[in-house]
Design a protein around this ligand. Structure first.
Ligand code: OAD
Length: 228
């Protein structure tokens, strides 16, 4: 079975009604990264950080996977599909994909502040001050904040090296190390980038750019790939 590796970003969830970060009207226009998405923010204002992620999590209960998520699940009928997502939502899971690596964490999980190996499912949408891990420390959102290490980048790079076909969907390719994953994909491997605002990516060979929304461009591409 050929291996398709898919790197996704906020754009794939946009048509489900989840805001992206850097588009006009995106999350980083309403909130400063330094206030809600860094470890310093957590030290300075836990209430604000908890509230920011509580609101994101609450919204997850109101949204559904869209045709782009379902199209990726469809690909599994013919290919070994590995998704590497920068998204913290669970729409790939709910769309039916089975192999998903989250690079930036998961909204529906919390993590101990003294032992990073203690990770829990959050019941409902709210993580509160006073919610503690089994060792008694405050739980934080299981999110990789700016300035923090990205442990899953190591398996993600290995997956990218071993792809037979590589898809990149709905990411501005602004945030490293995720944006650097394309550099691990061998030059001869066919690559497709689906994003209405995509531009060429320097130094990447065999890249087909599809300037369409994921909900339009991806089902068409999946149809082609299913014929191959
Ligand atoms: P961005 O907000 O930077 O980029 C979203 C991309 O989605 C843009 O290139 C849009 O053109 C594209 N887009 C918008 N609507 C789309 C649609 N319907 N179909 C396809 N593409 C569409 O989001 P990311 O690249 O995912 O990290 O951002 C990367 C990381 O930065 C996030 O994981 C998050 C953020 O800060 C953390 O919070 C750690």
């Amino acid at each position: 079975m050929k291996k398709i590796v898919v790197l996704t970003g906020a754009g794939i969830s946009a048509e489900s009604g989840v805001k992206t970060f850097r588009d006009s009207g995106g999350l980083w226009e309403e909130h400063r990264v330094e206030d809600v998405a860094t470890y310093n923010a957590w030290l300075n204002n836990q209430d604000l950080v908890l509230e920011f992620y509580n609101q994101r999590r609450k919204q997850l209960y109101d949204v559904k996977p869209n045709v782009a998520h379902f199209a990726l699940a469809e690909l599994e009928k013919k290919y070994d599909v590995q998704i590497i997502t920068q998204n913290v939502d669970d729409l790939h899971e709910r769309g039916g994909s089975t192999k998903i690596l989250h690079l930036h964490g998961e909204l529906k999980k919390s993590r101990s502040t003294i032992d990073e190996n203690l990770i829990y499912e959050i019941e409902g949408w709210e993580l509160k001050k006073g919610d503690t891990c089994e060792k008694g420390s405050q739980l934080r959102p299981h999110i990789v904040w700016f300035g923090e290490a990205v442990p899953n980048i190591v398996p993600a790079a290995r997956m990218s090296e071993n792809a037979d076909i590589y898809l990149v969907i709905g990411t501005s390719l602004n945030v490293y190390p995720a944006a650097g994953l394309l550099n691990y994909v061998p030059g001869n491997v066919p690559k497709y980038l689906i994003d209405p605002n995509a531009s060429t990516v320097a130094g990447i060979r065999n890249l087909t750019i599809i300037k369409e929304k994921a909900g339009i461009g991806l089902p068409k591409l999946v149809k082609e790939l299913m014929k191959e």
